[in-house]
Design a protein around this ligand. Structure first.
Ligand code: C5P
Length: 297
């Protein structure tokens, strides 16, 4: 008996970052959009907790207890007084350490899968609470669609979206560590009074109306300067994508994936070709959002 859950990647159409809090986290106004690149997490009963992974980036995925999928299963098991004896298999298609919430997706996926395998009867709110303990982006991986995340990103308000948005993602060589990018954000803002993060009216209106040109005008990422500072080569990817016809190009979350909003699938193909042709990325992926969150398949 096994259960498989499919979980999407995300792009941040707005990531407004406040100053560092006493706990080291940053308050955010984080507008998430789930996009159609997926990991599939399968759980089945086993003698002991074990994680395996397949996919082009599988060698970069930790298979020990630092994997969010393993931590999710341990937390659910502890809450329901069970042993976390399952084999977790991750079929990975979301770029690893790419700023697209791939690790968070696996956490949410393993949680939903084990919940179904064990028939715990946990409420959605309980699952979301466990997600929030696992990481700031994990609740959104469960919910999908589009949402505004506040606090450290874990408090979600679902957003209505009036259409579909086409994206091209330029997958960079190697990952970027999220804490390192936030650390660089703090370094770049030393001595500066960082304003409270607020959701952009322009972003919310563009999502609600499904207007890609308006969204392109409004997208922003306060971590972009920090990601570019740590990885200056990302500037070339951004330039190539925009020159190739993208409506906008931004770093996705903490990077190093760069995300390009395009008018339609045809424009997406051209931008992807331009990125690959210029050799500014390891791979270019096209995807549409919003899509639904973690779901048993
Ligand atoms: O919550 P998560 O485990 O994904 O966060 C990873 C790291 O990213 C944190 O340890 C912290 O350094 C940084 N972070 C932050 N503020 C947030 C979210 C994450 O500083 N709101």
């Amino acid at each position: 008996m096994s259960v498989t859950v499919r979980v999407p990647a995300k792009v941040n159409v707005q990531l407004a970052v406040g100053g560092a809090r006493p706990d080291g986290f940053h308050d955010l106004a984080n507008v998430f959009l789930a996009v159609g690149l997926y990991d599939e997490v399968t759980v089945s009963p086993a003698d002991t907790l074990r994680v395996t992974c397949e996919g082009p980036d599988a060698s970069q995925v930790p298979l020990d207890r630092t994997n969010l999928a393993a931590r999710a299963v341990e937390k659910l098991a502890a809450r329901y007084g069970r042993r976390a004896d399952v084999h977790i298999h991750i079929a990975k298609d979301i770029p690893v350490a790419g700023g697209m919430a791939g690790g968070s997706a696996d956490g949410a996926g393993a949680l939903v899968a084990c919940d179904a395998l064990w028939g715990t009867g946990a409420s959605r709110d309980e699952l979301l609470e466990i997600c929030a303990e696992l990481g700031s982006d994990v609740p959104f991986s469960l919910v999908g669609g589009a949402a505004l995340g506040t606090g450290r990103g874990e408090r979600l308000r679902v957003l209505e979206v009036g259409g579909s948005f086409h994206w091209v993602f330029a997958v960079a060589d190697g990952g970027l560590s999220t804490p390192a990018v936030y650390g660089e954000f703090d370094r770049l803002n030393e001595g500066v009074s960082v304003p409270e993060p607020v959701a952009s009216g322009g972003v919310l209106a563009a999502l609600a109306s499904g207007d890609a040109s308006a969204l392109a005008e409004a997208v922003s990422n306060d971590l972009q300067a920090a990601a570019l500072s740590l990885r200056p080569s990302l500037a070339s990817a951004l330039a190539v994508g925009v020159d190739g016809g993208a409506l906008a190009g931004i770093v996705s979350g903490s990077g190093p994936t760069t995300a390009f909003l395009v008018a339609d699938a045809e424009a997406g193909g051209k931008v992807a070709d331009a990125l690959v042709g210029a050799g500014v990325c390891r791979a270019a992926r096209v995807a549409v959002g919003p899509v639904g969150g973690a779901v048993v398949v």
